[in-house]
Design a binder for this molecule. Structure first.
Ligand code: KG4
Ligand code: ZN
Length: 353
């Protein structure tokens, strides 16, 4: 079964053709980084306009690269939540148009679940049998920071979220403050490689440790605004040398990574997870990949880690997930709505159980 996936929830216009949920036959991504770079973050209205300009070409290229045509695909899938509403609207309206014109079924995909699926697409054995479950997934991107528990029967629930900035935003805003351009994650990652992560003692917000109790309701929640403020105070009015800049980047990254790893592992141990999934754009971060892999191994959990091309926004994860929805008859109508929000209950995930 061939599904055409479309993704426009943030600043990537993407389309992909995936066969039977796992075989990626094409994956095209048009990035809008240049359009947003001057603003230090994604401007929703600009994102929508850029999607509009790119979508026709991106979809045509995805079909062409897969050696197929629209009439020959079996269904059309599109991200409809959560994300930037003006951006989502472009992809959803476009997909509805294609579905109406061709008569193909339309599938509405949850972007956060698609990120989790993206981390599992290349390790299908991670989905098979009960040995991988319960599973805890950390979804970290420019717009999301969610800790999701997945049970062997496919039930998924969000156990933690950010109470202010998303993890990717923490990187992007820090880079803006340090005048490093957008997106911030890759630049900080690169600078941090040559810096000393212990040079500056940035806070690890909401992380439980001796002398730092955390209220039960925030045990699995994240907060990054305090680290960002600490960075602001640290660099304010100073001209950093290259060495200081690398040390600041490494120390800041260490604070964010330590926080993400500590919270995920706390959830994994508390909920007796057997595997840990790391996904979303921030999952490209070298220190996070290493730190999470090490901590998961120490806790006796299997680590499921997507290659970077399946971590950042793409439509292969959308078309892949949609296959499982289709098998479960979870098909949308032309009244499919968009939403900025994720919601606490994700229901039953179609690719498990
Ligand atoms: O998943 P994604 O492509 O888009 C959203 O759904 O938001 O994630 C983009 C985010 C940006 O905030 C970017 O700075 C961050 O992922 N990112 C990274 C790295 N590569 C991308 N953050 C830290 N380290 C990286 N290497
Ligand atoms: Zn994303």
């Amino acid at each position: 079964m061939n599904i055409l996936g479309i993704e426009t929830s943030c600043d990537e216009t993407a389309a992909a053709l995936v066969t039977d949920g796992f075989t990626v036959r094409s994956s095209v991504i048009a990035s809008q980084i240049a359009a947003h770079a001057g603003f230090g973050g994604v401007v929703p209205e600009i994102a929508a306009r850029e999607h509009l300009k790119a979508i026709d070409h991106v979809v045509a290229k995805a079909l062409h690269d897969a050696g197929t045509e629209l009439a020959a695909v079996d269904a059309i899938a599109v991200t409809h939540l959560p994300g930037l509403v003006p951006a989502l609207l472009v992809g959803v309206a476009y997909a509805k148009g294609l579905a109406w014109r061709t008569g193909h079924p339309l599938l509405g995909v949850n972007h956060v679940i698609a990120h989790i699926y993206g981390a599992l697409m290349e390790t299908p054995d991670g989905l098979a049998g009960a040995t991988s479950f319960p599973m805890v997934a950390l979804v970290v991107s420019g717009g999301h920071t969610a800790l999701v528990m997945l049970a062997a029967d496919g039930t998924a629930s969000v156990v933690g979220n950010t109470i202010d900035d998303a993890a990717g935003e923490a990187f992007d805003k820090a880079a803006k403050l340090l005048d490093l351009g957008y997106p911030g994650g890759p630049v900080i990652d690169r600078l941090a490689k040559e810096g000393n992560p212990a040079a500056v003692d940035f806070p690890r917000p909401l992380v439980r440790r001796p002398g730092h109790p955390v209220a039960d309701e925030n045990r699995f929640n994240f907060s990054f605004s305090g680290v960002k403020t600490a960075l602001l105070y640290h660099v304010q009015g100073r001209k950093l040398t290259d060495t200081e800049l690398r040390d600041v980047a490494a120390s800041y990254q260490a604070a964010v990574v330590d926080t993400l790893v500590a919270k995920t592992l706390d959830a994994a141990v508390a909920r007796r997870a057997r595997s840990v999934v790391l996904c979303g754009g921030v999952a490209c971060n070298r220190a996070l990949r290493e730190g999470m892999t090490r901590a998961s191994a120490a806790a006796g959990c299997r680590m499921l880690l997507a290659p970077p091309r399946l971590c950042t926004d793409n439509a292969a994860m959308v078309a892949g997930l949609a296959y499982h929805q289709f098998r479960r008859h979870n098909v949308a109508g032309l009244d499919l709505q968009v939403s900025a929000r994720l919601g606490a209950s994700l229901g039953r995930l179609p690719f498990i159980g």
